[in-house]
Design a protein around this ligand. Structure first.
Ligand SMILES: NC(=O)C1=CN([C@@H]2O[C@H](COP(=O)(O)OP(=O)(O)OC[C@H]3O[C@@H](n4cnc5c(N)ncnc54)[C@H](O)[C@@H]3O)[C@@H](O)[C@H]2O)C=CC1
Ligand SMILES: O=C(O)C(=O)[C@H](O)COP(=O)(O)O
Length: 383
């Protein structure tokens, strides 16, 4: 079998060893002519997989090592009898880590003490949003959830209207990008809904860029009454509106899901699906392949405030300001005549530093039982 795979799928060699030959390709620039000998295609979110890419090729299996599938024309694949697999939930903990980090920084910015009493609106309560809701509640936040498809299906959460969710101190978006169906999310946050957000609110988008009308958001920002905004995803990636970036408090290049664990689980899940499709069993797991994290343990003095300990532990694992600084530097260099903006954005993603999830860090001594409870709520191991 010949597998063509995006060059940004880590550990693929180990996971597909023995299945055939693997050829790596730039996912953003992949063309049909590169697939003329391919039996299987493994992509990430930057490759549009549709009739124009695949018609006339021998590809019979497509896998995307991502949660999102808006780049794949799944109905067309089904009509062609091409097998398809994605990686639901693979990097959900990574996105939750990003969101908790952003909120923790915001709490300091507003001089608020911890998550207790903060209201957080979560739009979309699937793998990512659902995990986020659990962590936020355990940290003491009051959470409101909008998810009409889940609500209609009779899921157990207490749901709120989108308007109620948009009135929370923090609003975090976790829907897929959809343009059809009963609850399409394309430009769900349009100019009217953005107008309802005020200066004491934080809006986070780590779902898909076009869930917010980016031009309308740009028009909303800038005055003293603007909400604070943290964007990880952008309309028209890899070329975000640079003026919008200037008005964002935190701006990152679509890396919320880029923990090493998250990326490797994505590889494992599509490799497992490919093995199953071939009637085989995948003999490896991500846990067996992950290297030892650079920091494995942390200890706190008994007199440190529990909320301070949570903030320090979150930042020790991952500080979103580092990615924000890298993106702004890359955009400045691009506008000064270096690389094109899209190349700079994609370059940051391709060469992303190793980042580990809270579950990789063991807290050896906690500041009292409340500290231990809060650190466990944020996802850390407690020894
Ligand atoms: N920034 C990043 O690095 C990453 C971004 N993502 C994005 O996050 C999205 C969500 O991921 P998961 O939670 O795993 O997906 P999921 O499919 O498990 O959950 C999505 C939820 O959104 C709900 N939903 C759909 N339309 C809605 C609407 N109009 N209003 C409110 N809720 C709506 C669905 O009912 C579902 O419960 C992915 O589709 C992907 O686009 C995912 C991983 C990483
Ligand atoms: O899993 C998803 O969905 C994501 O958004 C990925 O984290 C995006 O990563 P790339 O596929 O764009 O590398």
């Amino acid at each position: 079998m010949h597998i063509v795979a995006d060059e940004n799928i880590p550990l693929l060699g180990a996971f597909v060893e023995g299945l055939g030959t693997v050829e790596r390709a730039n996912g953003r620039r992949l063309t049909r002519s590169q697939l003329m000998n391919a039996d299987a295609l493994l992509v990430r979110s930057v490759t549009s997989v549709n009739e124009s890419l695949l018609a006339g090729t021998p590809v019979r299996f497509v896998g995307t090592a991502t949660i999102g599938t808006d780049h794949v024309d799944i109905p067309w694949l089904e009509r062609q009898g091409i097998a398809f697999a994605s990686a639901p939930g693979c990097n959900a903990s990574s996105v939750v880590q990003y969101v908790l980090g952003v909120i923790s920084l915001y709490l300091r910015r507003c001089q608020r003490e911890g998550f207790e009493g903060l209201t957080v609106g979560v739009v979309g309560a699937g793998n990512v949003g659902g995990a986020l809701v659990g962590r936020l509640q355990a940290l003491g936040a009051r959470v409101r959830v909008s998810d009409p498809p889940r609500q209609s299906a009779g899921a157990g959460l207490p749901f709120a209207s989108l308007e109620q969710v948009l009135a929370c101190d923090v609003v975090s978006l976790h829907t897929p990008l959809t343009t059809t169906g009963e609850c399409p999310t394309h430009h769900l946050l349009n100019s009217d809904r953005l107008a309802s957000l005020g200066p004491n609110q934080l809006l986070i988008n780590s779902g898909r860029g076009a869930v917010i009308d980016n031009r309308a958001l740009l028009a909303r920002l800038g005055g003293t009454q603007s909400p604070t905004v943290a964007l990880d995803v952008w309309e028209h990636e890899p070329e975000p509106l640079t003026e919008l970036l200037d008005h964002c408090w935190l701006a990152t290049p679509h890396i919320a899901g880029y923990s090493l664990e998250g990326k490797c689980r994505g590889t494992e899940m599509v490799a497992r699906a490919l093995h199953l499709w071939l009637g085989r069993q995948l003999p490896l797991t991500t846990e067996e392949l992950l290297p030892e994290p650079p920091v494995t343990a942390m200890a706190f003095a008994p007199d440190i405030e529990p909320v301070e300990a949570v903030h320090r532990a979150l930042m020790a694992c991952y500080d979103p300001r580092d990615d924000d600084a890298r993106l702004r530097r890359a955009v400045d260099q691009a506008s000064a005549g270096g690389l094109a903006l899209g190349q700079a954005f994609d370059g940051l993603r391709r060469n992303y530093p190793v980042r580990r999830e809270p579950g990789s860090l063991k807290i050896q001594s906690t500041p009292g039982s409340d500290g231990g409870r809060l650190l466990a709520a944020a996802g850390f191991q407690i020894s």
